[in-house]
Design a protein around this ligand. Structure first.
Ligand SMILES: *[C@@H]1O[C@H](CO)[C@@H](O)[C@H](O)[C@H]1NC(C)=O
Ligand SMILES: *[C@@H]1O[C@H](CO)[C@@H](O)[C@H](O)[C@H]1NC(C)=O
Length: 303
């Protein structure tokens, strides 16, 4: 079963953006931390390297740190598939705390799974302070489905994800397969709540950790970008913190309709009322945005 899962996951694309001429911007210099997505690395010139360069051109003097998980680019890429997410988050927390350039605070931008990992950093590691968190195609309520295989529309995809369900919560998968650590099975809600070591913890499914709630609310803005033609993330509602309703696998609910929000277990309702949540949508498949769109809609949060 692991082999099937992996070949689907490996089909996930790296980030592609279309290019356009650069123009001058002001010298706002809040440092920026980037966390890449699955199958990618800190320094891929076509994705994170490209984004870093573009931002450095737009915001002269800005310090951009693209996190590397492991000792080199190969390890960094592998760790996007096989490692313990809680350990990754704690490694990144240490790295940020030890970086003198981040002392005064920083903005954070996470791509795909990197977005929920950075949210965990915000919730667990308040120092140095994160100012704005920008989630680009992140999966804040996890996934229940395989890349390019939407379970709602295909019988085979639905069968595969049902077969995977229970296995995703077994100890080995939870410790070593990154994607299992944000696998969210609405048909086995009890298993998810009990055994999901990463996602159920940061989403306050077992208990409400007041520290998480307090820390997340320190953010100035929490921006979530959804891709309107996303064929990788299932369900796509997770990019705006929505998900499938519990007990079935067809109907979805928005963040505002969820128990998480209604009981305000994570402070998101309070943040929403304070105008701190920003929901953006863009045309395109997973992580496929135009540079113009990025500059017009995301750059303003990086100052
Ligand atoms: C502007 O950026 C430069 C680096 O290019 C930096 O040395 C300088 O301190 C920055 N100025 C301000 C006002 O932030
Ligand atoms: C709540 O989260 C903080 C920060 O990660 C952690 O130190 C603490 O142990 C957690 N408390 C509980 C009850 O899990």
């Amino acid at each position: 079963m692991a082999a099937i899962l992996l070949c689907f996951l490996l089909a996930a694309p790296v980030l592609l953006v279309t290019s356009s001429p650069i123009h001058d911007s002001d010298n706002g210099t809040v440092p920026l931390v980037l966390w890449h997505g699955m199958g990618d690395s800190c320094c891929n010139p076509l994705s994170m390297g490209y984004i870093k360069k573009m931002i450095e051109q737009e915001i002269p003097g800005v310090y951009v740190l693209s996190v590397m998980i492991g000792k080199n680019i190969v390890e960094d890429t592998e760790n996007g598939f096989f490692s313990d997410v809680n350990e990754q988050v704690s490694m990144v927390c240490n790295q940020l705390a030890q970086d003198p350039k981040l002392k005064g605070g920083y903005n954070a931008m996470g791509f795909s799974q990197g977005a929920q990992f950075l949210r965990a950093v915000a919730q667990r590691c308040p120092s140095p302070p994160m100012k704005n968190l920008i989630s680009v195609g992140g999966q804040h309520q996890g996934v229940y489905g395989l890349p390019r295989c939407p379970g709602e529309s295909s019988k085979i995809c639905d069968m595969i994800r049902e077969a995977l369900n229970k296995e995703a919560y077994l100890g080995w998968f939870q410790k070593h397969l990154v994607q299992a650590q944000y696998w969210h099975d609405p048909l086995n809600d009890d298993l998810y709540k009990k055994y999901s070591r990463f996602l159920a913890d940061i989403n306050q499914e077992r208990a409400v950790n007041e520290t998480y709630k307090k820390n997340l609310q320190q953010l100035e803005k929490f921006v979530m970008v959804k891709f309107l033609q996303d064929s990788v993330v299932d369900p796509v509602d997770t990019e705006w913190f929505g998900f499938l309703k519990t007990g079935q696998a067809k109907e979805t609910e928005t963040l505002q309709e969820s128990v998480l929000y209604k009981e305000d277990r994570l402070g998101l309702a309070a943040m929403d009322k304070a105008g701190k949540l920003v929901f953006l949508a863009t045309e395109g498949d997973h992580l496929q945005f135009k540079e113009e769109w990025f500059k017009a809609n995301l750059l303003p949060y990086l100052h």
